[in-house]
Structures are given as structure tokens and as C-alpha cells.
Design a protein around this ligand. Structure first.
Ligand code: 7TS
Length: 414
């Protein structure tokens, strides 16, 4: 029997791809442990952007001249790469837009306004980032639908046992959940939620902003109807992301943004819409950014999402173990094998901002705050947490520096 060797990730080697690490912060090597908020960029992506601007830049889908055709081919090539990255049945189902937030708003507005009304239930979870919570709450209010949330247990896991009770006999129309939680790192059981949503006649909307950089994604295996993510968290440029949606649903939907490129014909009486995905791509798109997004997909695929996930879980396990030794620490979230490389914690009697500042003096960057998850913070009974998040360029010695810094914060403040 042939044994295929799994690719192992060499973070020290990959780190050399990232020019940002060639500097010191406060006299220390930069330990960037805030990749969940946004990731750093490798040369391969920076060079793709530069080469595109220097050799192929023009607007897309507008010119018949060679340069515009070349730009269009690169832009559409990036769409193909992104489609393959999430195993979409067709690249036409991938819409480029500004990021996960815009993708989720697109679904909430363009699908929600036409499909929700009194008597319907919109179901999110207590674990959502505000991007997959607030648009649904708002559109539910606008349409008169009920807005409900799946609760969490004491370990921060979704209580799927409560689903039937929450829904009651009402018509659940949409279930919205993140595949990976940005605050706790939890990998959520989206397949099971999709199956339940479909049994109920609802659509399943997945926020993959935090999953796409760290966890292999297959929209067909997830069984969802929409999935949104941002390039900037996965080594790509800012201001570009993707929304994947099932073609038949996208085709039935009204547009979200209106303007150039998204139309079939315009006259004084009425306007008809272009085909999917053009219908959802009004105006000049983030063209070079989309090409950079494609380069980021190539970069991650070259390393392997399985290898990235496995490595991050090792770092998370190391961090959980090291931090558990700090007196007065409270660690949140699931065991390492069910989380991405995210570790949230609080130090008794010490404000998260103070912890983050002590760490910054040591060149260690972490996030302190509510992480755009105020419903979760309310559930945990805190205003904020500290959050360290790892990526393919993070090093075990940086995790040690994190733990040393947290010990130091306790000595100074507790
Ligand atoms: N969903 C999740 C799970 C996220 O983590 C974020 C951003 C978003 C949606 C929004 O993505 P955007 O690219 O459209 O902004 N997460 C965070 C974070 O964890 N801290 O700040 C932003």
C-alpha cells in the first residue's frame, strides 16, 4: 500500500517570505500574534500586485484592446483560483467584493429583504462576529421576522441540542454561523447545521472569514448555500473578498449594489440585470486586489491548508499549556484539536489593555478587546479578552515570549 507522506510546515523557512519580519519593534524581533485580525503579506503576493500594475493593468470587462483583455483574463483567472479553493461547482458562483462583511450584507439585504417577513425566523448564534449578527438582526427588524440565537454552553460550544426548541413550529428561513470563531477559535459543526437548516426549508449562510486562512474549505461538503471570506486574513490584499453562493439562488436574487457593469439594458422605464456574477459586481472592482487574492490562494495551496491547520493547532496547544501556568488566568474555548490557532484569555484583576501593552513593550502584538463579538462577551460575563492568534509564520519561541509577557503583566498589575 502506498503511504503518502503528509506535508509538514516549516514556519522558519516561510517566515523569510514576509518582509515585515525584517524589523524590530521596541528593540525586539516582531512577534505578530494578531493574525486573526489581519495577516501579514508574503513577497509572492506583493510581487503579483506589482507585476500586474506594471504589465497588465487596465479596467476589466470594458475594453476590446489587448491590455484590457489581459487584465480581464487575470481577474477571471483569480476567480477560478478562489472557486477551486472552496471547491465551488462553478467559478460563476464566486462574487468578488470588498470582504466578508460586504458578502454577508449582500446576502442579508439582497436575499433577506425579498424572502423574510412576519412569522419567519432568522437564526444566528451567540458566537457570531458582528458582521454575521448585526446585518441579520437589522434585516429581521426591517422585515418583521423573528431574530433568535443558538446559545453556547459553558465551554463556548454551540448547543445544537436546543435547535428544535428554539425554532418551535415556526418557519426558520435562514441559519447563519461562522465556520471558525474569531474570538474562541472554535471550529463549528456547520455540516450538521446545514443539514438541519435544509430539513427545515432554510438556507445556510457561512461566515468563513476566520476559516478560509486556516482550515480547508469545501462548500459542497459543508452543504451550505452561501459562504463569505476576506483575502486580507489569508495573506492577500485588503479590500477584496469573495462570496460563494449557489447559482440558482444567486440567479433568483435581486442585486445589492447598482451601477455600471451589473446591467443588461437600461432605459427610462426600467433596467434589467446582467448575469451572475456580474449582477453583483457593480462599478470598478478591486481588480489588482483580486489578482493578489489569487496569488494568496496559490501561496496557501502550495503550503497546504491541512499542514497550516495542523501547525496552528500545535501552537495553540503549546500556548494553552504555557498560559495555564500563569496564576489567575482564565482560558476560553475548546481543546486545541477543535480550534484554529486562536487563544483567548483573561488575567484576574488585570485589564486586557494592560496585558497587551506589557506585551507590546516586548515586541509581542496581541489583540485586547471585544473582538466584534459583544453577545459572546456578555455570555462570558466580561467586557473584553486578550487574544493571541497564530499563522503559518508564527514560531514556538513567540508563544514562549507570549507566556513570559503574561507572567510579567501579572507581576506588574495583579
Ligand atoms: N467574520 C469573522 C469571523 C471575522 O473574524 C471577521 C473579522 C469578519 C467576519 C469581518 O471580516 P472583514 O474582513 O469584512 O472585516 N475579524 C476581526 C477580528 O477578529 N478582529 O477584528 C476583526
Amino acid at each position: 500500500m502506498a503511504v503518502t507522506e503528509r506535508k509538514k510546515l516549516d514556519a522558519q523557512k516561510l517566515r523569510a517570505d514576509f518582509p515585515i519580519f525584517e524589523q524590530e519593534i521596541n528593540g525586539k524581533p516582531l512577534a505578530y500574534l494578531d493574525s486573526a485580525v489581519t495577516s501579514q503579506k508574503p513577497r509572492q503576493v506583493l510581487e503579483a500586485l506589482r507585476t500586474f500594475y506594471e504589465t497588465s493593468y487596465a479596467n476589466v470587462h470594458r475594453g476590446v484592446y489587448t491590455l484590457s483583455e489581459r487584465a480581464t483574463a487575470e481577474y477571471e483567472g483569480a476567480r477560478e483560483k478562489v472557486a477551486r479553493f472552496v471547491n465551488a461547482p462553478s467559478a460563476r458562483e464566486v462574487v468578488f467584493l470588498r470582504g466578508a462583511t460586504e458578502g454577508l450584507n449582500l446576502v442579508a439585504y439582497a436575499w433577506g429583504l425579498d424572502n423574510l417577513g412576519p412569522g419567519d425566523v432568522v437564526l444566528v448564534t451567540e458566537l457570531e462576529h458582528h458582521s454575521n449578527f448585526v446585518p441579520w438582526q437589522y434585516i429581521a427588524q426591517r422585515t418583521g421576522a423573528e431574530f433568535r440565537a443558538i446559545p453556547l454552553d459553558d465551554h463556548g460550544e454551540l448547543r445544537l441540542d436546543t435547535l428544535d426548541e428554539i425554532a418551535g413550529s415556526e418557519q426558520v428561513k435562514v441559519v447563519a454561523n461562522n465556520l471558525v470563531s474569531n474570538a474562541l477559535g472554535t471550529i463549528n459543526p456547520v455540516e450538521r447545521l446545514s443539514a438541519w437548516a435544509h430539513e427545515r426549508g432554510a438556507i445556510m449562510v457561512v461566515d468563513a472569514a476566520q476559516a478560509a486562512p486556516h482550515h480547508p474549505i469545501d462548500v459542497q461538503a459543508l452543504g451550505c448555500d452561501f459562504l463569505a471570506f476576506s483575502a486580507h486574513k489569508m495573506c492577500g490584499p485588503t479590500s477584496v473578498g469573495a462570496l460563494w453562493g449557489r447559482q440558482e439562488i444567486l440567479e433568483r436574487m435581486a442585486p445589492f449594489n447598482l451601477g455600471g457593469h451589473m446591467i443588461r439594458a437600461v432605459n427610462l422605464e426600467r433596467t434589467t440585470w446582467g448575469q451572475v456574477p456580474a449582477k453583483f459586481e457593480a462599478g470598478t472592482q478591486p481588480i489588482a486586489e483580486a489578482v493578489g487574492f489569487g496569488a494568496a490562494v496559490d501561496y496557501l495551496t502550495g503550503i497546504g491548508l491541512d499542514a497550516i491547520e495542523e501547525y496552528e493547532q500545535e501552537l495553540a496547544a503549546q500556548a494553552l499549556e504555557a498560559l495555564a501556568d500563569v496564576p489567575g488566568i482564565k482560558l476560553y474555548g475548546p481543546p486545541p484539536e477543535r480550534r484554529a490557532g486562536i487563544v483567548s484569555f483573561n488575567l484576574e484583576g488585570v485589564h486586557p489593555h494592560d496585558v497587551a501593552q506589557v506585551l507590546d513593550m516586548r515586541g509581542v502584538a496581541i489583540r485586547a478587546g471585544h473582538h466584534c463579538c459583544q453577545p459572546l462577551m456578555a455570555k462570558l460575563g466580561v467586557a473584553a479578552t486578550n487574544r493571541a492568534s497564530f499563522y503559518l509564520y508564527s514560531l514556538p519561541e513567540e508563544v514562549d515570549r507570549l507566556a513570559e509577557g503574561v507572567h510579567e503583566a501579572r507581576r506588574l498589575f495583579a
